[in-house]
Write a protein that binds this ligand. Structure first.
Ligand SMILES: Nc1ncnc2c1ncn2[C@@H]1O[C@H](COP(=O)(O)OP(=O)(O)OP(=O)(O)O)[C@@H](O)[C@H]1O
Length: 319
């Protein structure tokens, strides 16, 4: 089969997993993961240490054999991906591939030669902000500059699908911002599909069209950042300070009404008044804590989590 035969139909997901399981020795770490990632989508896999993110991504990349389930990436089972299939995928891995004695531009030209239609290495250096380091030895780059070079190497072959495993670790805020613009451009203008793993909730919220929260080898929630933020804590939190100086806070589904009542009762300005909408971090922490309690036999069922659990987030008016 040539690559055209393997090309995903627009209606077919670029990545599809059904009932994906993985066991290391006799220790199960993935318990039936289902994923669909569409063409041009930026998809983030979030989860605490040891959740199974890297294992999932390595299976999708074809680096690791799964124990069970069905997986299709760009129309091919990654366990049987050939060189043509691999050429359509870009990888930015957590671990630095060792090319310390190469110069930056040389290394990029070297990698470009492996692909039929590579990006121009000079332009790519400009895109990742390494033009000034083109002649420098890789071993003389800073950590963040090496990471930028990793990104350049990941996209030099114009991949259709780009795997980014914790890509901005070690980036300063400016480099992170530029990297986010680059990922957005790749997805929006070139239709590149991106699967990103990150511990940075702000990064996931900023970049991802959809997020899957993987906890303990299970997808606990999946949706847009806004959907997920609403899911675990559908109620807003209103904070204010009482006339005697006591800080107060209340969770409510109707913050506007509560604020109106407070104003009515106070007949004047409310000191310290703040309305806080639930954030992605609220959802994330909720999922992780629920999974921890599940270990103790106290957690709600997964379906309950996926549809939100009002009781978990409801708080009574506290003094
Ligand atoms: N090669 C391996 N052999 C045995 N167990 C492994 C192996 N690789 C990972 N594990 C275990 O599988 C589980 C999932 O690990 P994985 O690296 O996929 O998690 P992760 O979500 O990527 O974590 P992190 O955020 O720390 O990178 C962990 O309990 C880990 O100890």
């Amino acid at each position: 089969m040539n690559s055209a035969d393997n090309a995903p139909h627009p209606a077919h997901p670029v990545v599809r997993a059904r009932g994906l399981t993985m066991t290391y020795g006799d220790v199960p770490v993935l318990h039936g993961v289902d994923l669909d990632i569409q063409r041009g989508e930026v998809f983030a896999l979030l989860g605490p240490n040891g959740a199974g993110k890297t294992t999932t991504v390595e299976i999708l990349e074809g680096f690791r054999r799964r124990s069970g389930g069905e997986v299709s990436v760009l129309g091919t089972d990654p366990a049987h991906g050939d060189d043509t299939w691999r050429g359509r995928i870009g990888l930015v891995l957590q671990s630095w591939r060792d090319h310390r004695r190469w110069r930056v531009a040389e290394l990029l030209h070297h990698f470009a030669a492996y692909y039929p239609d590579p990006r121009d290495p000079g332009e790519l250096l400009a895109v990742v902000g390494l033009t000034g380091q083109a002649g420098r030895l890789v071993e003389r780059l800073s950590g963040g500059q090496r990471r930028r070079l990793d990104v350049a190497l990941g996209i030099v072959g114009r991949p259709e699908l780009l795997f980014l495993d914790e890509p901005t670790t070690g980036f300063d805020p400016q480099a992170r911002h530029e990297f986010h613009l680059l990922v957005e451009r790749l997805a929006r203008e070139e239709g590149v599909t991106v699967l990103l793993t990150t511990h940075d909730l702000a990064e996931a919220e900023r970049l991802a069209d959809r997020i899957a929260m993987l906890v303990g080898g299970r997808v606990r929630a999946i949706g847009t950042p806004a959907e997920l933020a609403r899911r675990a804590a559908a109620r807003a939190e209103v904070r204010w300070t009482d006339p005697d100086g006591t800080p107060r806070r209340e969770r409510t589904a109707d913050p506007s009404r509560l604020v109106w009542e407070l104003h009515r009762d106070a007949a004047g300005p409310i000191p310290g008044l703040e309305v806080r909408r639930p954030t992605l971090e609220d959802t994330y922490l909720h999922m992780v804590h629920a999974a921890d309690r599940e270990g103790d036999g106290h957690a709600p069922a997964t379906g309950e989590l996926e549809h939100g659990n009002e009781n978990e987030s409801a708080e009574v008016r506290s003094a």
